[in-house]
Design a protein around this ligand. Structure first.
Ligand code: GTP
Ligand code: MG
Length: 255
């Protein structure tokens, strides 16, 4: 692609053309030098959803999309799809896609192929995120499967990180062991409609109360849309605190 057609594509994407935006993200995925956004950052909030396989990340992303659309926000979802390198995420992405009205111009869904069967974070995520922000999305949700390194990697790509755990996975111990819960801004105990959720909630609260500035813990049922407004309010509060800290740091004589 030539310089001029890149620029034309970028102009169309910025003016709200979702096909142009999709083309740009495909260029990024293909490793072709994409046009870069004008400014590195123009508002918008980037929220990561991490957690084990089947924890309900996609279902929660869909619930958040619904909630945020009711608030009039434009929302994009970037999903990592380890299953299908070139099909645009036919499998895993569908749980979000199926719940999104395709005619709604205020929502954009995109599945990015991850390298390797073990999952992980595609190198395309960060530049795709920048383009979504550039195109005026108010919220970008980034879903990622994985444990360990992936979670650390996603931490650097998002403003706020949600880590999902569930009552029946029994993986709360694993998260705790790996210190991953501490990476979270918010620990989400999903599937609160299932037995054992309250127990896990208590367990997580206990584990985290050992630290001083640990993440908040919120119970939701993504499937039934319960606790979503509370979850969003907690996220916004968290972001406000972070912003205030940044402001204080830049006000101080030392920095
Ligand atoms: N009972 C109950 N089931 C849920 C809830 N949230 C998700 N599920 C179910 O859990 C299963 C997995 O949900 P997904 O949203 O696909 O989970 P995921 O974390 O995106 O899964 P992967 O992307 O495959 O790692 C699905 O059958 C969902 O319907 C919930 O709040 N309650
Ligand atoms: Mg999923």
């Amino acid at each position: 692609m030539t310089q001029t057609s890149h620029e034309a594509l970028a102009r169309r994407a910025r003016s709200g053309d979702r096909r142009a935006l999709a083309q740009i993200i495909s260029l990024i995925e293909a490793g072709e030098a994409p046009p870069s956004p004008d400014s590195p950052r123009r508002g918008g909030l980037v929220v990561g959803l991490a957690g084990g396989v089947g924890a309900g990340k996609s279902t929660l992303a869909a619930a958040l999309v619904r909630y945020l659309r009711q608030q009039g926000k434009r929302v994009a979802v970037l999903a990592s799809d380890p299953s299908s390198p070139r099909t645009g995420g036919a499998l895993l992405g569908d749980r979000v896609r199926l719940r999104i009205d395709p005619r709604d111009e205020g929502v954009y869904f995109r599945s990015l192929a991850t390298r390797g069967a073990a999952g992980g974070l595609s190198a395309a995520v960060a530049p795709a995120r920048d383009w979504l922000l550039e195109c005026g999305f108010d919220v970008v949700l980034v879903e990622t499967v994985g444990v360990g390194q992936d979670q650390v990697a996603i931490r650097n790509i998002v403003d706020l990180l949600l880590v999902l755990i569930t009552p029946h996975s029994g993986d709360e111990i694993q998260w705790e062991k790996a210190g991953l819960l501490e990476l979270a801004d918010l620990v989400v105990v999903n599937k609160s409609d299932l037995p054992g959720a309250e127990h896990v909630y208590q367990q997580v609260c206990r584990a985290l109360s050992l630290g001083t500035e640990g993440p908040a813990v919120i119970s939701v049922s993504a499937l039934h849309g319960q606790g979503i407004a509370e979850l969003w309010a907690a996220l916004i509060a968290r972001q406000r605190d972070a912003n205030q800290q940044t402001e204080r740091a830049s006000d101080s004589p030392a920095g």
